[in-house]
Structure formats: structure tokens, C-alpha cells
Ligand binder design. Structure first.
Ligand code: ADP
Ligand code: MG
Length: 327
């Protein structure tokens, strides 16, 4: 069933788009975030795994100091405050590629928060993207669907799981709602992620290869009547890993949601999936943070990265604020 769409130009004349981006970057550390398994891409499935990577009973995690240092580097480059103390949290859910039943992440105590990233658009204007937080977490494994088209689960005969990626260090960077981009919202979204990719490379924290999924964006889009109206219901399109795809998702969702609103309908709050043709299709109904039952990770001590430690070990890059200015 194809979606009803409103012409993009008309949609942004009638409605004010608000977007939000959650960008995940895989860090290029030698080992995983909480265990000693090598962090390498493309190895034989399930060869780069320890009991901790898959959460076997009795296994215990240990924090990778390099991962913390890289997360702080990213936070500084985005103008964030660095937390004096922070904790890891369990985000509880089951998925075959997350067989330990929870993802080790951070919830209300991120390592970096309150930043901003200016990005330069095609027409030379600078748009500043407000950043809420950058937090540390681990990647999940990878489900491999066999027998269907394009490795999709639809029509597959069976599925395999490769846990080599389980426990690979991630930093997730979450923007505040990005307002005021108007017709440039698709470009702002794509340019923001491209700018991040360049920063990750300049900082040396990740190879940031899009085609390997080193950098992936969850793209939130909503529409409202005008800049003073309350924000509308958003959709979240998961794991988009091309700049063109990010632009296309924002553009498509604006046209799709505008058609729904113009018909007097309501947008369904849901997770969607980006398609190769630049459209999105519905996935599951979005879970709330409550559904994850976050709680502090009992097997890891709180982190208190002292300024003496990180200001010595973190090289200052051109875009970073000097450590004396950061929280
Ligand atoms: P979740 O936990 O569901 O991912 P978050 O609070 O982390 O939700 O928000 C996800 C992203 O969506 C953030 O970048 C946030 O700024 C953005 N966002 C929140 N509300 C809206 C909205 N109404 N429209 C567009 N983006 C939004
Ligand atoms: Mg989120």
C-alpha cells in the first residue's frame, strides 16, 4: 500500500517541521567496551566473542578506558559539558542479537551533555544544531536472514546470529528537537551527520565508514502548525546509514505526515524503516523509555573521569573547546 503524499514545497509552506537525530558511532578501540574480545570488522562469525560479550552467567564486564577517552573527545568536540561522575545503566529488552537481555548503556547520567554543533549548508549559511547529550553504550550482534531477498527477514528461510559486534563500543549523540530549519530540514539532517562523520575521523575515534554501519542515524520527524504551536507526534526511522538516505527520510516523512494532517488525521507514533527507494515503511509501535526499565548497572562502578586525567590524555583538536572551559 503506498502512502498518500503532499508535495514537499506545499508541505513546508503549510507545516513547520521539527527533527531530532540520534547518531550512533562505533568507536575504533582495539577491544570491546566491556570485555577483551577484539573489536574487528569482517571476521568469521562468532569468533570475536568472550562470555561477557554475550552475557553468559557469571561473566563480569570491565570498562574500556580508551572507550571513555574517545567518548570524552567526542563530547568536547561537540561543545558539551563533561560529567564529573556518571554511571552505566541496563536498558532491558530481548532481541536475538542481544541475548544477554539488556544493553549496557547510560540513561540519566550521560558522560557528556549540553553541546551544540554548527553545520554549514549548501547556501553558505551556518545552522547550529543543539545537542542534548552524548552517552556511551555497546552495540548488539547482527541477525543474518538467509533465503529471502536482500537479506531481509521477509521471505527468509531461517536466520543466523553473529555476535562479533556484540559489545563494540558506541557513542550515541542525541540532539534536542531541531527547530527552525523549515524547507532545509532534510539538508540540515544530512549535513549534520556528515559533519559528525568528519569530526569522528578528525578525532581519530572511528573510521566512521558509513557502508560498514560505523555511523547510523535514527531520524525523528514531526510537523506542527507553526513555530509557536506545540510539537506534533513524531516518527522515528531507524538505522539510516547514508547521507542521501537521511535527507530522503526527512523529506518523505514531511510529505507523508503533511498529507495525513491535511486530511484531519493523526500521525501514528511509531518506528519506521527507511527503504532503498527513499520511502519509509511502518515498523513497530514505539516503546517508551519506561518499557526498558532502566536501572543502574550493578556490575560496573560509577565513572569519575577527573579533569586532570582527561585534559592530559585528550588531545585538543581545532573544534574542541579548551578543557578549562568545559564542565
Ligand atoms: P527516544 O528515547 O524515544 O529515542 P528521545 O527523547 O531520545 O526519545 O528523543 C529522540 C529524538 O527525537 C531526540 O533527538 C529528540 O530531540 C527528538 N524529538 C523529541 N520530540 C520530537 C518531536 N516532537 N519531533 C521531532 N523530534 C523530536
Ligand atoms: Mg533515544
Amino acid at each position: 500500500m503506498s502512502d498518500k503524499l503532499m508535495d514537499f514545497d506545499e508541505a513546508v509552506r503549510r507545516y513547520d517541521p521539527v527533527i531530532g537525530l540520534e547518531v550512533h558511532v562505533e568507536l575504533g578501540t582495539a577491544t570491546k567496551m566491556f570485555d577483551a574480545a577484539p573489536n574487528v570488522f569482517g571476521a568469521q562469525p562468532n569468533t570475536m566473542v568472550t562470555p561477557t560479550s554475550v552475557g553468559l552467567p557469571g561473566s563480569l564486564p570491565v570498562v574500556n578506558g580508551k572507550g571513555v577517552e574517545y567518548a570524552i573527545r567526542i563530547g568536547l568536540a561537540l561543545g558539551c559539558q563533561i560529567a564529573e561522575t556518571c554511571r552505566f545503566a541496563r536498558k532491558n529488552y530481548f532481541y536475538p542479537d542481544l541475548c544477554k537481555d539488556f544493553q549496557t548503556s547510560q540513561s540519566d547520567e550521560p558522560i557528556a551533555y549540553d553541546g551544540a554543533l554548527p553545520v554549514e549548508l549548501e547556501d553558505g549559511t551556518i545552522f547550529t544544531v543543539p545537542i542534548e547529550r552524548a552517552h556511551m553504550e555497546e552495540d548488539a550482534g547482527k541477525n543474518v536472514h538467509v533465503g529471502g531477498a536482500d537479506g531481509r527477514i521477509e521471505g527468509a528461510d531461517h536466520s543466523l546470529v553473529d555476535y562479533n559486534r556484540a559489545g563494540v563500543p558506541l557513542v550515541e549523540i542525541v540532539t534536542r528537537p531541531i527547530e527552525g530549519a523549515g524547507a532545509q530540514a532534510p539538508e540540515v539532517a544530512a549535513t549534520y551527520v556528515r559533519t559528525l562523520r568528519d569530526i569522528f575521523r578528525a578525532l581519530g575515534v572511528s573510521e566512521a565508514r558509513m557502508e560498514r554501519g560505523n555511523v547510523r542515524a535514527d531520524v525523528n520527524v514531526s510537523l506542527r502548525e507553526g513555530p509557536d504551536a506545540p510539537m506534533g507526534i513524531r516518527t522515528e526511522t531507524k538505522n539510516v546509514n547514508t547521507f542521501r538516505g537521511i535527507d530522503a527520510v526527512v523529506r518523505y516523512e514531511i510529505s507523508r505526515q503533511a498529507a495525513i494532517l491535511a486530511d484531519g488525521g493523526t500521525v501514528q507514533q511509531e518506528t519506521r524503516h527507511g527503504q532503498a527507494d527513499g520511502t519509509t515503511r511502518a515498523g513497530r509501535i514505539k516503546s517508551d523509555a519506561d518499557d526498558y526499565r532502566y536501572f543502574p548497572e550493578p556490575d560496573l562502578v560509577p565513572l569519575a573521569p577527573s579533569r586532570e586525567w582527561w585534559s592530559r590524555s585528550v588531545p585538543v583538536c581545532p573544534r574542541c573547546r579548551p578543557p578549562s572551559d568545559a564542565g
